[in-house]
Write a protein that binds this ligand. Structure first.
Ligand SMILES: C[S@@+](CC[C@H](N)C(=O)[O-])C[C@H]1O[C@@H](n2cnc3c(N)ncnc32)[C@H](O)[C@@H]1O
Length: 341
């Protein structure tokens, strides 16, 4: 018999929000952090998390079935523990924690995605700025805990990609790098940490300065990284051999994207390199589902902002005067689109 057409994929995706909410709630409750390197019965873990007994077995065993917890044994005496991945990436006490992005997904993005339909009908944002005319970053950053949450989220989503870029890209021909929209200075910290000859500058809005200085001091790199505050919609960029932008271009409409590309071109020397690290969509727009959904997410957050393909990027870069380009795959859906002056 030929393999029958079946609806499993439809159900799996249609109920994807169940899986998502189980994982996001476990992060919200700091389950993986409180479990740490220990083995615990469900009863103990439930008490530590202050959960009602009704849900604990269903919740913990769902996490086992989804592959986010291990369980030795069956029944009430069984012992739950973190898997290799959750122990490494979702235990907040470890520097490898990436849960910041999931904290923000749970707290903000989950409810905004409920309004994907209105976003598609109107082309308008569905987040905190839905009922105001203010720019997204102004509103997002009005509230300090929300600014800190956003900064933590960016670290979580970007760390693996920045590490891959720092390893794959050949820095030997260059001396300086400026990371534009550098948030907590993560890319500069990783590059400075791995390439002793590189002078790194991280550039972001003034409101971010105290936060970036704190993160850089924590990494012990205060004497290696320049912190420059400014507004890339108004100011020129600091000059450097390499200009990087991680998840910046997708935050803006076409006109502002082109403005940022021009700014990068102006800040680079001859043979300078412009690197954009994002969920670059495949040119045929068929396979990078995460990149395509990130673009829908930009609709929800900003309205007219959007993600793009390597071919789109190259078209805009040629207009600015760049000579050649390549796409370097990093991790999962993320790549570096690289243009050479
Ligand atoms: C989506 S985050 C990306 C952070 C980081 N590059 C990463 O990939 O993890 C966008 C960054 O751009 C910064 N930003 C937004 N508007 C800006 C402006 N007008 N001038 C300078 N930085 C800006 C934000 O503060 C934020 O850190």
């Amino acid at each position: 018999m030929t393999s029958a057409v079946n609806p499993s994929r439809i159900f799996e995706t249609g109920f994807g929000f169940w899986e998502s909410k189980v994982l996001l709630t476990a992060v919200e409750l700091e389950l993986f952090t409180k479990l740490g390197d220990q083995f615990m019965t469900g009863e103990t873990l439930g008490k530590i998390l202050e959960l009602h007994p009704r849900g604990i077995w269903d919740f913990f065993d769902t996490l086992v079935a989804l592959g986010f917890l291990n369980r030795d044994g069956d029944g009430p005496t069984a012992l739950y523990s973190n898997t290799e991945e959750t122990g490494l990436f979702l235990d907040k006490s470890k520097p490898s924690y990436i849960g910041g992005i999931l904290e923000m997904a749970n707290d903000r993005l989950y409810r905004f995605w409920n309004d994907l339909g209105p976003a598609l009908k109107t082309g308008k944002p569905q987040n905190e700025i839905k009922h105001s005319q203010k720019p997204m970053f102004e509103v997002l950053y009005e509230d300090l805990p929300r600014l800190e949450q956003f900064m933590g989220a960016m670290r979580g989503i970007s760390v693996g990609n920045f590490q891959a870029f720092a390893q794959k890209f050949d820095f030997s021909k260059h001396k300086s790098l400026c990371d534009v929209g550098g948030a907590t200075g993560l890319l500069s910290s990783i590059v400075a940490g791995q390439h002793a000859h590189m002078q790194c500058t991280t550039f972001d809005l003034p409101v971010v300065e105290t936060i970036v200085r704190r993160w850089i001091a924590k990494a012990g790199l205060s004497d290696r990284i320049n912190v420059v505050s400014g507004d890339f919609l108004k100011d020129a960029l600091p000059k450097a051999d390499i200009i990087t932008m991680g998840n910046i271009l997708h935050d803006w409409n076409l006109e502002k994207k082109k403005h940022l590309i021009r700014l990068a071109y102006e800040a680079l020397p001859e043979n300078g390199v412009f690197v954009v690290i994002e969920n670059i969509i495949d040119d045929a727009r068929r396979t990078n589902a995460f990149g395509l959904m990130m673009s829908l997410h930009m609709l929800i957050e900003f309205g007219d902002a959007f993600d793009f393909t390597g071919a789109d990027f190259w078209e805009w870069c040629q207009e600015a005067g760049f000579k050649r380009y390549e796409v370097m795959h990093l991790v999962g859906p993320c790549s570096a689109a690289i243009a050479y002056k």
